[in-house]
Design a binder for this molecule. Structure first.
Ligand code: RFL
Ligand code: PHB
Length: 392
């Protein structure tokens, strides 16, 4: 077995793991990131697209802003659409902050490049990974090219997503799980079509939710609510476009531009939290610790928020020998996280068609949408959550 040593061993090269490694490097702390997939796989994985102002500010202040500033789309708000009418919420005017559309895999590319240019270590294609001894002297073991490796470290960053191995390695009885699943999923497509709206459109209809988003001046991203056990093979491109046009077209004739479908897939919706987010010297961050339904566009931003808190705590440990911030890591993250969970659940509940709903629920949802697009107080509440709550 080959032995390696680092200060912080990080499992997973998603936004959480890579940003943690980047932030630690800026504090002079060494880390190794160990990833199951290849570099091309993680750099091509289509996922999130909306960055909160705080995520954008962090990218800029840590030297990752250049390409983002050149290629991203700045949005001052979003539209909520119901009863065939679009209503604009101007986040800039309501909160002074904006959101930025920049694909998650572009953030990943920027982070991978920054780490490799600084001689950071990202080990790709690592198989059969396990973590151990995190109550005393943590180690990460994995195999690469038929060879077994063991990385000894002071701390483990469990950044391996919802299906990773870090969370399940924590002994039974330590974690409390809070969970809710939803009786619907999202069918998402990327289409080669110029976005026909300059900002996102969240749409409630009695046929179900639909979302108009984008990736670039020539690529549109669209989602429609479907059943959770839907088989993507039953959805031809024609059927998808027909359903999207039916849900998204407004009375004034606005509709998405139609174009070739570049990619399609179905995503489950869930809310999930474990408490605490740490055990011994293993710290969970991002999707490894929590999942939000995508309706609030929060998943990647939460991952970045967690590792901002974690990197400060680890850096405080090495600088001052203090474990105070490490001990507070979980409670610091969870306080903000639960508010983000609430917001994501609320947006989801307000905008989706529930199987069990009756005419009362339909009218109540319309009233809520009417309220949220006409009361300045309600709009401001949505806006301040959407652009991102402050980090403590
Ligand atoms: P990730 O990105 O899942 O990264 C985890 C990494 O760990 C690796 N891994 C392992 N490596 C080694 N050994 C093992 N045993 C391993 N097991 C797993 C994986 O290969 C992977 O590289 O987690 P992270 O870093 O916590 O980041 C979370 C975000 O990716 C996620 O929350 C967002 O994508 C969620 N999300 C959105 N978030 C937003 O902030 N804004 C959005 O607009 C938004 N839209 C979305 C979304 C997620 C979606 N899907 C597909 C789930 C839209 C969709 C459709
Ligand atoms: C996306 O562009 O992929 C996107 C935007 C907003 C969401 C979810 C996904 O709420």
């Amino acid at each position: 077995m080959k032995k390696l040593r680092t200060q912080v061993g990080i499992v997973g090269a998603g936004p959480a793991g890579l940003m943690l490694s980047h932030l630690l490097h800026l504090e002079g702390i060494e880390s190794i990131v160990i990833e199951a997939q290849s570099r091309s796989h993680i750099e091509g994985r289509v996922r999130a697209g909306v960055l909160e102002q705080g995520t954008v500010d962090l990218m800029r202040s840590t030297g990752l802003g250049e390409r983002m500033d050149r290629e991203s789309l700045r949005h001052r708000g979003v539209y909520l659409s119901f009863d065939g009418n679009r209503h604009h919420l101007d986040f800039r005017e309501l909160t002074g902050k904006c959101i930025t559309v920049y694909a998650q895999h572009e953030v990943i590319k920027d982070l991978v490049r920054a780490r490799l240019e600084a001689d950071g270590q990202i080990l790709f294609d690592a198989k059969h990974l396990s973590v151990a001894n995190f109550e005393s002297a943590p180690v990460i073991r994995y195999q690469q090219d038929g060879e077994t490796y063991e990385v000894a470290c002071d701390f483990i960053g469990g950044c391996d997503g919802f299906h990773g191995v870090c969370r399940p390695s924590i002994p039974e009885g330590v974690l409390n799980v809070f969970e809710r699943t939803y009786p619907f999923a999202w069918l998402g497509i990327l289409a080669e079509a110029a976005p026909s709206s300059e900002e996102l459109v969240y749409t409630y209809t009695d046929r179900g939710f639909a979302l108009f988003s984008m990736r670039s001046p020539s690529v549109t991203r669209l989602y429609l609510q479907c059943s959770p056990n839907e088989d993507i093979r039953n959805w031809s491109d024609d059927r998808i476009w027909k359903e999207l046009l039916q849900r998204l077209t407004t009375k004034d004739g606005w509709a998405p531009n139609v174009g070739p479908v570049l990619q399609k897939g179905i995503t489950d919706m869930r809310s999930f939290v474990v408490e605490p987010m740490q055990h011994g010297r293993l710290f969970l961050a991002g999707d490894a610790a929590h999942i939000v339904p995508p309706t609030g566009a929060k998943g990647m931003n939460l991952a970045i928020a967690d590792v901002t808190v974690l990197s400060r705590a680890i850096s405080n440990f090495y600088r001052n020998g203090s474990e105070d911030l490490l001990a507070a890591y979980s409670s610091t993250c969870l306080r903000r996280l639960w508010k983000v969970q609430r917001f994501s659940w609320w947006m989801t509940a307000m905008l989706h068609h529930w199987e069990t709903q009756n005419e009362f629920d339909h009218r109540r949802q319309l009233a809520e949408l009417d309220y949220v697009t006409s009361s300045r107080a309600a709009m401001t509440s949505l806006a301040e959550n959407y652009v991102g709550l402050p980090l403590e």
